[in-house]
Design a protein around this ligand. Sequence first.
Ligand code: A3P
Length: 360
Amino acid sequence: MSIASAKILPSPIACCVAVGPPTVTAANDDKVRWSPALAAAGGSATCPAGWGRRLGVAALLLLLAATLLLYRLCYATAGATVCAPNSAAGRLRFPHTQRRLPAAIIIGVRKGGTRALLEMINIHPQVMRASREVHFFDRDENYRRGLEWYRKRMPFSFDDQVTVEKSPSYFVTPTVPGRVYQMNPSVRLIVVVREPVTRLISDYTQYLEKWAVERRPIRSLAEMVLRPDGSVRAESKLVKASLYQRHLKRWLEYFPRAALLVVDGDRLISDPLPEVRRVESHLHLQPYIRQRHFYFNSTKGFYCITADAGVQGKCLSASKGRKHPDAEPALLDALYRFFAPHNRKFFRLMRRNFSWPIGD
Ligand code: A3P
């Protein structure tokens, strides 16, 4: 094959391109290695001497600058979320990061808004969250696997970041507070509560969906929470989870009140920022999350997260924000009356009032 039959592109840029993949295609599809000498011999008229090398060096410098910029973005700005969006954070590992036991745990309450809170606080660049519920402390088979097993389920983080986990059943499981204390007596705890009857109906709505999927017979709400004489079954799982002060008392046997932040899940729905700010402060983080990080999605009927430098914009899945079934007024009345004294006790215990019915 003659050099003349090789395709030499007629511009300095083409010279550089030819340097990149170091071959040029010949007419008969043979490949010849391109070199400045080759250009001088066959293409000197179209490739001024030295251009290819200069452009090559410029491209290399550009690549180096881009790499340095990315490095700076990742490390200097604690922007792990920028460089390793959390969906991939469990798999991606940057130098100087490691998996750490959580410094903060959202312990419940089931259907309180725990997922929404976790995703919202995760906007903060200094927060790394375990995206799945780990159920380490409440499931004996997991707990027996030991803290190292637990640690390995956490995302990689820098040492100035706070790892957060959420498993709502921690709140109601009697063995959990002692186990968490053993792991770290200084851990920060967060519990998201909603008006107890609303939480209960949300929980029941989740059962309805589960039964439909599993093709199991549907039980009515009244059947689940009322005795035949119309009184409320305090031992029902649905009711028990809404008896917040009972569970909190167990946590307060181990942890000081200041370690435990109660988030108002109803306000988290209507106006998330103030509640999220309280969480930032509880985790000793600089305020970072702002109103612009949220927008109200009228189709979903809830606040969603705005796409921003650090996080992917998103609304929660369809399993969050389900339509609740209508409940009989008499059943609602019985439930509100049942919870009123418990609500009063809860307010006293936590030294905070919520806009829930407390009776006369
Ligand atoms: P519903 O589905 O009954 O409305 P959890 O994550 O603890 O299971 O809580 C689920 C509840 O979070 C939902 O209950 C919903 O009301 C509430 N929630 C709070 N903020 C939300 C948000 N921004 N998007 C969707 N659901 C949210």
